[in-house]
Ligand binder design. Sequence first.
Ligand code: AMP
Ligand code: GLY
Length: 409
Amino acid sequence: MKILVIGSGGREHALAWKLAQSPGVEVFAAPGNPGIAQVGKCMAGEPREAAEAIGADLTVVGPEVPLVAGVVDEFRSRGLKIVGPNRAAARLEGSKIFAKNFLTKRKIPTAEFVTMENADEARAALDRFGFPVVLKADGLAAGKGVVIAHDRAEAEGALATLTGKLVIEEFLQGREVSFIALCDGKNVVPLAATQDHKTVFDGDQGPNTGGMGAYCDAAILDEAQTREVMDRVIRPTVEATGFTGFLYAGLMMTAAGPKVLEFNVRLGDPETQPLMHRMTSDLAPVLLAAATGGLSGVQLEWRSGPSVCVVLASGGYPGAYETGKPIQGIEAAEATGATVFQAGTRPSAQGVETAGGRVLGVTSGGADLPAAVASAYAAVRQIHFDGMHYRTDIGRKGLQRYNIRNVGT
Ligand code: AMP
Ligand code: GLY
């Protein structure tokens, strides 16, 4: 079976790496990256042309941008099998206002909110919420269109940077969980829960990024919580939209139960890295089932120990950063037993060099969370590039149970 992965980041490297382990599967990527090139063939040009050129049996879409642009509709109109939502369903991620109105209409728990036509209208509405308050740009913003303002001055400053329509919403307190389910339009298979680390600095400080690290651990949600998320969030959404592909609910586990912070219509990045690392099921047949309405009765299996991914970022990220820095130590890191997923890299004369903000996702497992975290950071310490920075506290919420703070220093 020939499977094409659309995208070029760490999430796509993890997917390609996992699919390459499926018996009889040949992996292709459009456009891919140097890490993906180690497990599959990278194709230039439009994804649909690539799929037709290789005679792909199945395509799976990584990032949101092609989904929101309608790549699934395009593939299906040509009779090509693909895992992902159509353009209409992708609005759950493409527009925060659409998503909030959908959640309200379907009585799915989420933060109280108002929508605003522009920043001036929003300024006038600030007082209704008190502080902290959450300000969100309506459209796609690569994880950076959300500002949590702690006082009026911060809110005014943020409003000066956010353009177009906005959502203002209630600040929710609790533990944040990424809950992803694979859907075939009717049937739903939950993946294991993960936890992302959105801010750039340790202790959840600093501006939001696309995600600085994630871990996957059975302890993140118990069975009752998983059932509640499935019953109150995931199933009602799939019933109402006929969703196909990966539905990702960003949740706040509040005292009043799970509430939806956002929907994504794809796998998370970096959540996919520990998910693929920890999954023991053969993924290719499951994806094929998702593309053909065959997920009834399918379940996914996981190793009992957790997996942890630490993102290594370019100096300056999530702000401006330089590229072209030579990367050393990937092989040494993998010699410790870790897997290094490549995100913002490109080939250079010496090997690979930096080409993006989030450069690598160093991923490892262990018998328990402290062991998995220690193992990931032992591998991180083998890698170097100019300006490299990373959080030293990935897994912190889970580690609190063990009375452990940082092991990554
Ligand atoms: P979003 O892209 O909507 O998930 O927002 C990015 C991040 O901002 C989330 O992962 C949360 O950490 C934070 N956030 C978003 N909405 C809220 C909220 N209503 N209350 C508290 N934190 C939030
Ligand atoms: N890690 C968050 C996201 O993929 O949106």
